[in-house]
Design a protein around this ligand. Structure first.
Ligand SMILES: [Zn+2]
Length: 466
């Protein structure tokens, strides 16, 4: 008596997806919830000879785990409970908001607004992730969670492959949790007729908090810049739970000041252009470079990303005043007297922003580093090369300053075990893996975290941070 469908979402689609999961056994049903018009209860009656995925569904529907599992199927856009953008993605988590202790599954049934959602097979090729598979993956996470088993991605993807095999779809590499928007092969399998093109009612894409300023600066919630940011974020979240928690903390802070800034620049062509050139493009190029270094090391991808960053920081934009302005924001000092009227007008919002430590680290610190490196690289032919060398160093230093200690959800308890997030050594090792391009940055991070969390010293040492 545990799964409920959220009527704020695409209930009929979710119901169809559960029906596919059941093997269209005819056992799935819906009941009204007495006294609660916001959801319907999902029921499941076992039928003889049912498929393994139906057994799983039955276990989740017919066991009381002490907390309801509420499923919200969205046509893209923001998770209404957590606030983050789930376009092209899905998530399962325990919602501890006051008044609810519920487990939520929130997933995008728009197939990334018709672009498709993909994962990878063992050859690294893109394969489709139809909606029932997306849902079943999150159900597998929840199943481990409610049974107090370690939430290991490889186990979850192994479960996902059971449904994939039933539907004749390509199998996913159990050691590759990455995915995103795009086209892939379905190996001739069937999504049960559940996925066909963008939803009739359109998608809610572009409403995400992360993209307010980027959307305003680029003039569109569907711009390449917005899309890039979404993809990168999904990629980081897929690789590291702890990095995802840090990103959530950054977004929560970002949401406190970004809508006001977006409103101010929206109707002002020059302001939008200034923000695009001085902030949005360099910042996105910075994140792309950091992503390339973290995921692929110092290879060709990172070299290309460093060139893109160099091009995003042209000398005609990045003068000493810009660096001074950014530096004063990064360090919480007053703006220089020569700052432009636009910046002065944004004073209150910028002061809010620079008082928020996660946002300061995520936004102003990289901008200072990127523009300072651009100013330091001398002209002439070698300029991009010199820039690339110094900027990779800067990315390493920046990542060593990542404020994980400010993310309450992952603070280790007195016994050194990480608390509510359920983070394990495996999660800390996954995060450490992202620092492989710069071992000194990992040690600098470890030293900082050990100072903030003395109880976590043994865990940090065990996972290679010290
Ligand atoms: Zn997963």
């Amino acid at each position: 008596m545990t799964i409920f469908l959220d009527l704020a979402g695409q209930t009929a689609t979710a119901f169809n997806n559960f029906d596919i999961v059941s093997g269209q056994s005819g056992g799935v049903g819906l009941l009204d919830v007495v006294g609660d018009a916001t959801m319907k209860q999902l029921t499941y009656d076992d039928v003889s000879g049912q498929l393994p995925t139906a057994d799983r569904l039955s276990a989740l529907v017919n066991t009381d785990f002490g907390a309801p599992i509420i499923v919200t199927a969205l046509n893209g856009g923001n998770d209404p409970y957590k606030g983050n953008d789930i376009t092209g993605n899905a998530q399962a988590y325990t919602d501890h908001s006051p008044g609810h202790l519920v487990i939520r599954i929130v997933y995008d049934v728009s197939q990334c607004c018709g672009k498709g959602i993909v994962a990878r097979n063992i050859n690294g090729d893109n394969i489709t992730v139809p909606n029932p598979v997306l849902l079943y993956h999150e159900m597998a996470h929840v199943f481990l969670e409610v049974n107090h088993q370690p939430d290991v991605e490889a186990t979850v993807i192994g479960d996902e492959n059971v449904l994939r095999a039933q539907l004749g779809l390509c199998l996913r590499n159990v050691n590759d949790h990455e995915g995103g928007c795009g086209d892939g092969s379905d190996c001739g399998g069937s999504d049960g007729g559940a996925d066909s093109g963008p939803p009739p009612g359109g998608c809610a894409a572009g409403t995400t908090t992360v993209c307010f300023v980027v959307s305003a600066a680029t003039g569109s919630p569907q711009s390449d810049e917005v899309h890039l940011l979404r993809q990168l974020r999904a990629r980081v979240a897929a690789r590291s739970l702890l990095a995802a928690r840090l990103i959530d903390a950054v977004y929560a802070e970002y949401a406190q000041f970004s809508p006001a800034i977006a409103n101010r620049i929206e109707g002002d062509v020059l302001a939008r252009r200034a923000v695009l050139l001085a902030v949005v493009r360099p910042l996105l190029a910075w994140y792309s470079l950091a992503g390339a270094l973290a995921f692929d090391g110092r290879g060709d991808t990172a070299r290309r990303a460093a060139r893109v960053l160099a091009n995003a920081c042209p000398r005609y934009v990045g003068n000493a005043l810009l660096v001074e302005v950014l530096d004063s924001l990064a360090t919480g000092r007053a703006l220089p007297a020569a700052a432009s009227p636009l910046l002065r007008g944004l004073g209150p919002e910028l002061r809010t922003a620079s008082g928020l430590r996660c946002a300061r680290w995520a936004v102003f610190d990289p901008l200072v580093r990127a523009w300072r490196a651009a100013n330091g690289a001398h002209g002439g032919h070698g300029a991009h090369g010199a820039y690339a060398v110094s900027v990779v160093e800067e990315v390493g230093q920046w990542l060593s300053q990542a404020p994980f200690e400010l993310v309450p959800a992952i603070a280790p308890r007195d016994d050194g075990v990480t608390s509510s997030a359920g983070a394990s050594d495996e999660d800390w090792l996954a995060l450490a893996g992202l620092y492989g391009f710069q071992p000194a940055a990992l040690r600098a991070l470890g030293t900082r975290l050990a100072a903030a969390w003395p109880q976590a010293g043994a865990m940090l040492a065990r996972c290679g941070y010290l």
